[in-house]
Design a protein around this ligand. Structure first.
Ligand code: C5P
Length: 277
């Protein structure tokens, strides 16, 4: 993990800037180049760094929120690796609690049981040589189970309980470690890291998200239909956006980035241009 970017922005909010509707490559390059010019940022506190201590508030955070299938995970991992920063996949934490709850046959409509499960569940993340995130839940390898659509649905259901969300809050904030953090989820910029210096809200049309998911699953040999995936995506979007606690919505100071029609590299360049204009 490099430290070249350890002195990135901290403490200062970027100006609101809307990139929504950028749906073709030419505009994407405009966004990677000129579109983000002039976005303000501050440097990390050098006093703390000179003392060999990096105060948490001096550690830059880039939040990438958005609906399921918008490409947040892939983009966040690549951006974190390019910056040499840590990566938090907050959805994986909700999924891990869902998996642990179902292994323990818990009633997933009982918030008290879920909170106990949240505190008791150990989650370990490790990247393989290809940069893929692998996850262990309570010591058992759970990466494949975590990625199932059914697990996503359970995660979404338990994520609607405010008690579960607050039980996971400090755990998520603990990922903020030097030289920086890229955090992906639904409420990273609004609730978990409202003070983050860089905030992106990444979307894509529901149809394109369903198609991307279909191709991913097809490559893994999983048999699904685009229509079925589209229905699941729309249902999950609605549940995530309509819940009363930490609903899915862009932070007021987030950059909106619509990735419909863009490839991963183009989205990555847009996001990197925000951090290093
Ligand atoms: O991002 P991912 O699809 O893995 O997240 C699974 C579910 O966990 C989401 O549908 C959402 O309901 C919930 N979640 C959340 N807040 C987050 C991350 C995920 O509510 N920060």
């Amino acid at each position: 993990m490099g430290s070249a970017h350890a002195s990135g922005a901290a403490g200062t909010k970027i100006k609101p800037r809307i990139l929504a509707g950028f749906s073709v490559g030419v505009q994407a390059f405009a966004c990677a180049g000129a579109g983000l010019r002039g976005v303000g940022h501050a440097r990390a506190g050098h006093n703390a760094e000179n003392c060999g201590v990096t105060m948490s508030e001096n550690i830059p955070v880039l939040t990438i929120d958005g609906p399921s299938g918008a490409g947040k995970g892939t983009v966040s991992r690549i951006v974190a690796s390019r910056l040499g920063w840590h990566y938090l996949d907050s959805g994986a934490l909700y999924r891990a609690v869902g998996v642990a709850a179902s292994w323990a046959n818990l009633d997933i409509s009982d918030p008290a049981a879920l909170v106990r499960c949240t505190f008791d569940t150990e989650v370990a993340f490790r990247e393989n040589d290809l940069g893929d995130l692998r996850v262990w839940v309570n010591g058992s390898y759970a990466t494949d189970e975590l990625r199932l659509e059914t697990t996503g649905a359970v995660a979404s259901a338990i994520a609607a309980f405010p008690e579960v969300r607050s039980a996971l809050k400090e755990r998520q904030r603990a990922f903020r470690q030097a030289p920086g953090l890229v955090a992906d989820g639904r409420d990273m910029g609004t609730v978990i890291f409202p003070e983050a210096s860089f905030k992106v809200f990444l979307t894509a049309s529901a149809e394109e998200r369903a198609e991307r998911r279909y191709n991913q699953l097809k490559d893994k040999g999983v048999s699904v239909t685009i229509g079925g995936l589209l229905r699941e995506i729309l249902a999950r979007d609605a549940r995530d956006a309509q819940r009363t606690v930490a609903p899915l919505r862009p932070a007021e100071d987030a950059v909106l980035l619509d990735s419909t029609g863009l490839n991963i590299d183009q989205v990555v360049e847009c996001v990197l241009a925000l951090v290093n204009p």
